[in-house]
Design a protein around this ligand. Structure first.
Ligand code: CMC
Length: 428
């Protein structure tokens, strides 16, 4: 082996491991032969140093605060493209030409309706059910409906399942919202844009005409772009792991939704706005900063910090600008936005946050925007799931077509009891 290898001294034996280079980013030591060579495993809870797959989709440089989709910087995509273009880019690898984009958008719009039977699922939920609980259930239930797109070894069926998921997610999300507020479900309208259709299904009522506000439509589209994909995050890894067994694609996405719900992941946008509301006024910020720094207090500044970004999350920058635009357009004077801006400034200058490289992440400002548009906090993670579905299906497709793909099966460091004999219940 040449220079491009790493040597390991272990158990009195030296073994060599190939070092793989991506197109950009850190080198990766290929330890696949480690167990066969040495009988040892690696230990990496939380996968902080482990590349679980090879991918061509998304690149993050956490130190520089860079996020690229298929090479394109996220701020350029958010400012200049549309969510449909980004969906095409992630799924197919290149930005679409004009007619390709039209054809893709038409295909997606032809899949927006749900099998009517699915609407009965909603009525089984309590009206006060968290919409993410409904999302897990209804998206999982899709696996019982679309049998002609579940042969994962057929690329055509995989693509149909992907289109269905991208297309139906806004319908499912809007219905979850409508159910919670006791309003009738609104059917999709395919003459509207992907995002305009979603806004209409969410906010229109049969009693009145609804006109999509282009500023809100544009802001929402940007939010979807900013959430479309994010490398091997927890929910994407969950989708890949579920999919690695050959599971039904709709069930795999339901697994991703379940993972996304957690407050350390997608649930942080809901938690961030709840926190900003709890703080309420600028004068109370120091109290919360002190709590975030106190090791004995489990409180964390929600919307701050990231596993990968040790710099300003590039998505947060676009989000801050969009928040300004939306609040101005809607004429909303939300004190929560003042608290957010002030909290950001204080935290960015506080040695605790500076030393730990804790910066605002995508969730810090998204809640302010979504709340101004009219979404209740419980819907925030649903919107994240809607947008991330594009990344999930793109990553799932990439995994299935990867010849190196195997069922995901990590090992462990066992610290439980060693073998012992069963003792009859009377003798214990
Ligand atoms: N407030 C206060 N302290 C923090 C915070 C925070 N938000 N985040 C991290 N820290 C501290 C943490 O206490 C630890 O300190 P120490 O080294 O003294 O023990 C240090 O910073 C490193 O934290 P960690 O938990 O080891 O880092 P991680 O990479 O495991 O966690 C994180 C990343 C996002 C879970 C964490 O920063 C966090 O809980 N943030 C708040 C929740 C949040 O906003 N999540 C959204 C993430 S972005 C959306 C997405 O991609 O899903």
């Amino acid at each position: 082996m040449g220079d491009n290898s790493a040597k390991l001294n272990f158990g009195g034996q030296e073994t060599d491991y190939k070092v793989l280079s991506g197109s950009v980013g850190p080198e990766v030591i290929d330890i696949r032969k480690l167990y066969a060579n040495t009988g040892a495993f690696t230990y990496d809870p939380g996968f902080t140093s482990t590349a679980s797959c090879e991918s061509k989709l998304t690149y993050i440089d956490g130190d520089q605060g860079i996020l690229l989709h298929r090479g394109y910087p996220i701020d350029q995509l958010a400012e200049q493209s549309s969510f449909m273009e980004v969906a095409y880019l992630l799924l197919r690898g290149e930005l679409p030409g004009k007619s390709e984009l039209e054809s893709f958008t038409r295909t997606i719009s032809r899949h927006t309706m749900l099998n009517e039977q699915l609407s009965t699922f909603y009525r089984g939920f309590r009206r006060d059910a968290h919409p993410m609980a409904i999302m897990c259930g209804v998206v999982g239930a899709l696996s019982a409906f679309y049998h002609d797109s579940t042969d994962i070894n057929d690329p055509y069926q995989r693509m149909v399942a992907s289109h269905r998921l991208i297309a139906k997610m806004p319908t499912i999300a809007a219905m979850a919202y409508k159910y919670s507020v006791g309003q009738p479900f609104v059917y999709p309208r395919n003459d509207l844009s992907y995002t305009g259709n979603f806004l209409r299904m969410t906010f229109s009522v049969p009693a009145e005409d609804y006109v999509v506000d282009p500023v809100i439509e544009d802001a929402m589209d940007k939010i979807f772009i900013l959430h479309a994909d994010h490398e091997q995050n927890a929910s994407t890894s969950t989708v890949r792991l579920a999919g690695s067994s050959g599971a039904n694609p709709f069930a795999c996405i339901a697994a991703g939704i379940a993972c996304l719900w957690g407050p350390a992941h997608g649930g942080a946008n809901e938690a961030a706005l709840n926190m900003l509301r709890e703080i309420g006024t600028v004068d109370r910020i120091p109290e919360y900063i002190a709590r975030a720094k106190n090791k004995d207090d489990p409180f964390r500044l929600m919307g701050f910090g990231h596993r990968v970004y040790k710099n300003y999350d590039p998505r947060a920058k676009v989000m801050q600008k969009t928040a300004n635009e939306v609040l101005e357009r809607l004429g909303v004077k939300d004190p929560v936005f003042d608290v957010a801006r002030e909290l950001e400034q204080i935290a960015l200058n506080d040695p605790y946050f500076v030393e730990k490289k804790l910066y605002p992440n995508v969730d810090f400002y998204s809640g302010v925007i979504l709340s101004a548009i009219g979404f209740p906090t419980t819907m925030f993670t649903v919107l994240f799931a809607l947008a991330r579905t594009v990344g999930w299906v793109a990553q799932w497709n990439e995994m299935i077509s990867d010849p190196e793909q195997k069922i995901g099966r990590p090992r462990q460091l066992y610290t439980g009891p060693t073998a012992r004999d069963y003792v009859d219940v009377d003798k214990r």
